[in-house]
Design a protein around this ligand. Structure first.
Ligand code: HEC
Length: 100
């Protein structure tokens, strides 16, 4: 039983973050953001930020250079950045806040 549970947990490494991703809007790139951005901190830290594309871009650089995030391959980085710029723009986050 314990072995079965351990296996099930290992197969779903994102399970622990599942409740935490509630604030992440649906859309292409959501899974990637969940994958790359939940390793060190809550995704709430991500969803509470509404930034311009340029600012998200700089934040990704900062995450790598100062916070120890592993460099994301350029394909995935584009997917992540597109998602952040689209779904977590200043306007979108303001909208989400007013709906809470
Ligand atoms: C290797 C660990 C690590 C990973 C992976 C990581 N972060 Fe972070 N992030 C940090 C740390 C540490 C801080 C807190 C820095 C501080 O406040 O001094 C932080 C803070 C933040 C903040 C808050 C910035 C602020 O102004 O307070 C945002 C937004 C953020 N991260 C977004 C992301 C996104 C988006 C990703 C995925 C692309 C990501 N992080 C992946 C380590 C990480």
């Amino acid at each position: 039983m314990a072995a079965f549970l351990a296996g099930a947990l290992a197969a779903t490494p994102l399970r622990a973050e599942a409740q935490d991703d509630a604030g992440l809007p649906a859309g292409k790139g959501r899974e990637e953001v969940e994958l790359y951005c939940s390793a060190c901190h809550s995704l709430k830290l991500v969803t509470q930020q509404g930034l311009t594309r340029e600012a998200w871009d700089e934040l990704l650089v900062w995450m790598v250079e100062e916070q120890g995030m592993a460099e994301i391959s350029s394909d995935d980085r584009k997917i992540v950045l597109d998602y952040l710029a689209r779904e977590l723009s200043i306007e979108r986050v303001r909208e989400m806040r007013s709906q809470r």
